[in-house]
Design a binder for this molecule. Structure first.
Ligand code: DX5
Ligand code: ZN
Length: 239
């Protein structure tokens, strides 16, 4: 059984955390795939798609329950759904640590309250074309802001560099307002795009293809983290 990710591991000296997305894993061997990344991953990103909010279908709470039996990693459930409120309790019971809902579906206030009540960490996601302003009223109440850098629905798409200013703006807002939310970016993250994303201020990087598409997923996680941390070091040097 993989080792539980301790608070120190999660929040410790590493500036950049990596969340492998199981969307790119072999779903027929999910337990093994999870174990292939667990020793090195900081968080496991679970993409839930309902065929309405996005034109694709994936998994739900029953599969999360089975993943939970294979790992003690933090489970970050990205709910690409029109009606996540109906399923939050099921995700919590299945072993999710945090759920992230999309701001585009509305009802954000109630969804945040529902997640808090259940003891789930609260994440808010926004699509590439959604302005950050839509999320601003909620930023003092979320644990995580997930900036999508592809149109959600599919793995393996190209990173949209036009979201970089939005990431920078979110970082500035967090720093200026003393807001503690984690800034996560999802879509098209690989060794070539991670430095810009971290340079813009993100600290939690989701990567599917770049990790599970690699012969050595653990090494891929380490390489992504190093690429991100090098960008932080470079930024400090330039200061
Ligand atoms: C896309 C998902 C992503 C996806 C990222 O809708 O939210 O988490 O798995 O995959 P890559 O890293 O392949 O872009
Ligand atoms: Zn995702």
């Amino acid at each position: 059984m993989p080792v539980r990710q301790t608070a120190e591991r999660r929040d410790g000296p590493r500036g950049v955390r990596i969340a492998p997305s199981i969307l790119a894993a072999d779903f027929a061997r999910l337990g093994e795939e999870v174990n292939r990344v667990s020793p090195e991953a900081d968080v496991l990103h679970v993409d839930v798609m309902d065929g309405h909010f996005v034109p694709n279908l994936t998994i739900g709470p029953p599969v999360v329950r089975w993943i939970r039996r294979h790992t003690d990693l933090y489970l970050d459930c990205h709910l690409m759904m029109d009606n996540p409120g109906q399923y939050l309790e099921a995700f919590k019971k299945a072993g999710a640590d945090g759920c992230t809902v999309h701001v585009e579906i509305g009802g954000t206030e109630a969804l945040i309250a529902g997640m808090r009540e259940l003891g789930l960490d609260v994440g808010l996601a926004l699509n590439p074309e959604t302005p950050l302003e839509v999320c601003e009223p909620f930023l003092d109440r979320v644990d995580l802001l997930l900036v999508m850098s592809v149109h959600p629905g599919f793995g393996g798409q190209s990173f949209m560099a036009e979201v970089l200013p939005k990431i920078e703006k979110a970082r500035r807002l967090a720093d200026a307002g003393g807001l503690a939310f984690e800034l996560e970016v999802d879509g098209g993250i690989d060794l070539s795009t991670a430095p810009a994303v971290v340079g813009a201020g993100a600290r939690l990087l989701v990567a599917g293809s770049a990790i599970f598409g690699s012969e050595q997923p653990q090494a891929a996680v380490r390489a992504l983290r190093r690429a991100g941390e090098a960008a932080i070091a470079q930024g400090k040097e330039a200061e």
